[in-house]
Design a protein. Structure first.
Length: 240
């Protein structure tokens, strides 16, 4: 009995087709497992966009449905984007839980060509700062004396750290620019008509990484001034 050539060709093609299908499935699974095409990149413009605001609200709504919670979305604090099989949005957001403002981190996976979005992760990162933006701009009165811990993701803290890095660069003779890698710890204190920030940062200059402790002041008009900075040999947990 002779087998038609077309049947032989089809049979031979099946293993190749199976390999291609398995390869595509592996790529999809790899993306879901976190084997991504690139690292998460900060996107300041996205943090203030309508699209990101909508994704953050979606994350809160999905979390509420899954956990039978009653979180109330407030705002997006920080947004990063990561290219996977689509885009994985890393969001730091503020929401109200039982009357208290708290910070949460969420990851939302978006595949626009399928009109699909999915909440991958949602976790509590701590309480939101007790200081408001007006307070950290040095609003007078009603503040307890002394330094108080503030979240490193707070936009005002980040602005203070960015100003510190810029000022350190301007005072440096280095040919390599300073890059802010991480705000490790932050404290704030309101004194008279200005706010003080004590910030421990990890910076990168060329191939070298170093920790810098900086004190930044913000006056009532909103202007930042780097008061002092020094290398941090250890991660100080308090300011004197």
């Amino acid at each position: 009995m002779r087998v038609a050539p077309t049947r032989l060709a089809a049979a031979a093609a099946r293993p190749l087709l199976l390999l291609l299908l398995l390869g595509s499935a592996s790529i999809a699974v790899g993306a879901m497992a976190g084997h991504v095409l690139g690292g998460a990149r900060e996107s300041p413009a996205a943090a203030n966009s309508v699209e990101t605001d909508g994704l953050a609200r979606f994350a809160v709504d999905e979390h509420n449905k899954r956990q039978n919670a009653l979180l109330e979305f407030v705002r997006v604090v920080e947004a990063k984007e990561q290219v996977v099989a689509g885009t994985l949005h890393h969001l730091t957001l503020e929401a109200i839980d039982a009357g208290s403002k708290k910070l949460y981190e969420a990851k939302v996976w978006v595949k626009p060509w399928l009109d699909h979005k999915e909440l991958q992760e949602f976790s509590h990162k701590g309480d939101a700062t007790a200081f408001t933006n007006a307070d950290l701009g040095a609003k007078k009165g009603g503040h307890e004396p002394g330094w108080r811990e503030v979240p490193v993701h707070d936009p005002v803290v980040k602005d203070a750290a960015d100003h510190a890095v810029k000022s350190i660069q301007e005072r440096s003779n280095s040919l390599f620019p300073y890059e802010l890698l991480e705000i490790i710890r932050a404290k704030a204190e309101v004194v008279e008509d200005f706010a003080k920030f004590d910030i421990l940062m990890k910076l990168k200059r060329g191939t070298k990484e170093e920790k810098i402790k900086a004190e930044v002041h913000k006056n009532i008009e909103g202007a930042f001034v780097l008061n002092q900075h020094q290398p941090a040999e250890h991660d100080e947990s308090s300011s004197q």
